[in-house]
Write a protein that binds this ligand. Structure first.
Ligand code: ASC
Length: 155
């Protein structure tokens, strides 16, 4: 009985440690992290492009649809950056550049710039202000490109 209680405490403290471990350790292996971040970027890019079609006039403006797409982009934008841990610079085919790990502060700043622009886009989309959509979309696109130019290799 006493041993069982001790095991319980050990399990609890192990759980406590798990909460505190770096995000990268949430993935079983580097390839899982690479797959995960690529999936998040793919979903984000897909929904961002749907808004793009609207602002370019290739698709009709539907406030509800745009708000949904922007909400998906916003949620996805919070996911990939926990999957750039040490050791995830190789394995599965990845375009992630070494600068991500050699200049983490700049990478973080670029990620946060994008996330801020995405929050704004989601707000604008939710408000139903059609005229404000294009500039907000443009700001996100610029932030995407800024990060790609520095941290993503060519195909
Ligand atoms: C997109 C998409 C990106 C950005 C970027 C903006 O639609 O998938 O990565 O826009 O191309 O320059």
């Amino acid at each position: 009985m006493r041993i069982k209680a001790w095991i319980g405490v050990a399990a609890l403290s192990a759980a406590g440690v798990m909460v505190a471990v770096p995000a990268a350790a949430q993935f079983k292996k580097p390839d899982d992290a690479i797959k995960y971040r690529q999936a998040a970027f793919t979903v984000m890019g897909t929904h961002f492009a749907r808004i793009g079609a609207v602002v370019k006039g290739a698709a009709p403006y539907d406030a509800k649809q745009v708000a949904h797409d922007a909400a998906v982009v916003e949620t996805m934008s919070t996911l990939p950056f926990a999957a750039f841990g040490e050791g995830t610079d190789m394995g599965l085919k990845t375009r992630a550049k070494a600068e991500i790990w050699s200049d983490p502060a700049a990478f973080k700043a670029a990620a946060e710039k994008m996330q801020k622009a995405v929050v704004k886009l989601a707000e604008v989309a939710k408000s139903g202000d059609e005229a404000a959509l294009k500039p907000a979309f443009g700001e996100v696109g610029k932030a995407c490109k800024g990060c790609h130019d520095k941290f993503r290799a060519e195909e």
